[in-house]
Design a protein around this ligand. Structure first.
Ligand SMILES: NC(=O)c1ccc[n+]([C@@H]2O[C@H](COP(=O)([O-])OP(=O)(O)OC[C@H]3O[C@@H](n4cnc5c(N)ncnc54)[C@H](O)[C@@H]3O)[C@@H](O)[C@H]2O)c1
Ligand SMILES: O=C(O)C(=O)C[C@@H](O)[C@H](O)[C@H](O)COP(=O)(O)O
Length: 551
């Protein structure tokens, strides 16, 4: 069986971090070596190991034993290395994946989480480079025709054998090596809806835009706000380099961007720029920008492809994933929108470097929410790292960002992915992601959006915990735990604005409400969310009273 053959006798696999494949002259060795050195892991080239093992050069093996014998040697050695080259980067000879046994071994390796990287070079460039190297017996006396024939034969095999593809065209090997190192350190959370997609988390993942958008797309509308200009400049440069026509669309910041007027302005611009169904949207910024961009993608010509590039903690852990797109009305939050999934989400940790402290801290509200409803490990990390998280200023060491913060993002996205994979349309378990939001959205509205979403949700969770306690679902210790954890992170736990009747009217506009009946998400315990339908009005009023600072 596959698992058995790679893992061996009940041991953990010691598989390589990555295997690089591609045409001769693609730069597999140079780029692989450099990426390995950037990551501080060992590098091996299967051709060199075959030569060492045989005690003769590849040319000599071909001359003395013939190609079939070389392929047998290669297949055995690649098989061994795929089983036992712990965490290293391995480059394969250009023809290796064409051998059935190597192709199969690569498939097994991918099934165990291995990363097979196809260096998809321009065939002319690879040809001129490969002819400079002497020990390539199959390339001797090659005509241009024959080379292109080889390329056409091998390319589909490289494509289907790989799960990462890098196009070095127009870039230097150093840049590609850095991209490769970035791609290998990223984390991926899979969302399995009808239209499945991945959330990629890591430093530099924005460079994946081209792979996600694909070759059919001609025009890309890059929707973003001004505070993220530095990151949209980079995305725009990457998109132009990849050959797309980029139309830059700057929208008003935060909730001011989630309006009918802004959406209308963008629809008109798309029409003027001639956007068709095969064009695309990229939403880059905080949750407000990705909510709007998704809504534009969902509504333009009844739906075009879009990618989310979240740049705030909250957008990375929550808003960018799950396909809830929408805008606000004067009457309430997110009242108009649709469920429409992106083709991918790229959470580039480097963008967090410019994120102001208060926006990072509000994002912790949604992180804590995911801990409360499903993953107590998240709560453990938040408790342990509260002080450093609360004082985030963007200058944290790389290890911290790619350690604690990346762990929290990955875990929180896993919680989100779980709920939206099971219930995209929000008719059951997905509603658990709304913990704290019934009151939270009302607070945002009453405060004219001067309160940040995550802060409002934080108070909303304390309110929901109080309501759960009043209705016999949660004990007092848990309510106290909500207050102490959230405040240790710099989140609000009280609110003195509005009055009960105002709040009640807004809570009736919440999407969980049915007819005249309110519906809340509460907890029976950590990781045990449940619905609370139509609770006694007195309990709702009392819970509201308990979030006032003078309570
Ligand atoms: N669709 C969903 O499932 C979902 C989930 C959660 C929240 N949301 C929505 O997301 C919004 C809140 O998102 P948010 O907290 O990101 O707020 P936001 O989008 O208002 O962004 C907050 C501020 O931070 C700026 N910013 C973002 N990234 C930055 C960076 N890297 N450097 C500097 N500045 C940066 C933004 O321009 C803005 O000024 C709300 O509208 C909420 O309703 C949606
Ligand atoms: O994805 C969901 O489902 C959520 O409820 C996530 C929430 O954190 C988010 O704020 C969402 O936008 C709220 O949606 P709404 O349906 O209550 O408007």
């Amino acid at each position: 069986m596959i698992r058995h053959s790679l893992v061996g006798h009940g041991q953990e696999p010691h598989i390589p971090k990555a295997v690089i494949i591609g045409m001769p002259g693609a730069g597999k060795t140079r780029i692989g070596k450099e990426a390995a050195s950037l990551m501080g892991v060992p590098f091996k080239d299967s051709d060199r190991i075959v030569e060492k093992d045989a005690g003769r050069s590849i040319n000599e093996i071909f001359e003395a034993e013939g190609e079939a014998s070389f392929r047998q040697r290669e297949s055995r050695i690649v098989g061994d290395l795929l089983r036992d080259f712990d965490g290293g980067v391995l480059s394969l000879g250009g023809g290796a994946p064409m051998t059935a046994s190597v192709y199969e071994a690569l498939r097994e390796y991918r099934n165990h989480g291995g990363k097979v990287v196809y260096l998809d070079v321009d065939p002319e460039e690879a040809k001129s480079r490969s002819l400079r190297v002497k020990n390539r017996p199959l390339l001797r006396g090659q005509t241009h025709e024959k080379w292109m024939e080889l390329y056409r034969e091998r390319r589909p095999v490289y494509q289907s054998a790989s799960n990462i593809s890098l196009k070095p065209r127009g870039t230097t090997p150093d840049v590609i090596a850095q991209r490769l190192a970035d791609a290998l350190s990223e984390r991926v959370v899979h969302v399995s809806n009808l239209d499945p997609y991945d959330v990629r988390i890591g430093a530099g993942v924005t460079s994946r835009l081209q792979v996600l958008l694909g070759e059919e797309v001609m025009r890309v509308a890059l929707i973003h706000t001004t505070p993220v200009q530095r990151h949209s400049d980079r995305a725009r440069a990457l998109l132009r380099q990849a050959g797309y026509q980029v139309v830059d669309m700057v929208i008003p910041d935060a909730e001011a961007g989630k309006t009918v007027a802004v959406a209308q302005g963008i629809w008109e611009r798309l029409a003027d720029e001639g956007f068709t169904r095969s064009d695309a949207i990229v939403g880059l910024g905080g949750g407000a920008a990705t909510d709007l961009a998704g809504f534009i993608a969902a509504s333009w010509m009844r739906g075009i492809r879009y990618v989310n590039c979240p740049t705030s903690l909250l957008a990375m852990v929550d808003a960018s994933t799950g396909g809830k797109t929408g805008i606000n009305l004067n009457q309430g939050k997110n009242l108009v929108g649709s469920f429409y999934t992106p083709v991918g989400v790229l959470a580039d940790l480097r963008t967090l470097r410019t994120l102001p402290n208060d926006i990072f801290v509000e994002g912790l509200g949604e992180v804590a929410k995911s801990g409360f409803i499903m993953d107590s490990e998240i709560l453990g990390i938040l408790e342990e790292k509260a002080e450093s998280l609360r004082s985030f200023d963007g200058n944290e060491p790389e290890q911290w960002l790619e350690g604690v913060v990346e762990d929290l993002i990955e875990r929180t996205v896993q919680v989100k992915a779980h709920h939206v994979s099971v219930d995209l349309r929000d008719v059951g378990v997905r509603e658990f992601l709304n913990y704290g939001h019934t009151l939270g959205h009302a607070i945002e509205k009453i405060e004219h959006f001067s309160w940040r979403h995550g802060q409002a949700v934080s108070v909303g969770m304390v309110f929901a915990a109080e309501l759960a306690s009043l209705t016999g679902h949660l004990d007092r210790d848990m309510v106290d735990y909500h207050r102490s954890l959230l405040s240790s992170l710099g989140l609000r736990t009280t609110w003195d604005g509005g009055d009960f009747d105002q709040v009640l009217a807004l809570m009736h506009k919440d999407k969980k409400a049915r007819g005249n009946k309110l519906r809340f998400i509460i907890l029976d315990g950590i990781g045990k969310p449940t619905h609370l339908d139509d609770p006694p009005l007195d309990a709702v009023r009392e819970a509201f009273g308990r979030i006032r600072s003078k309570a």
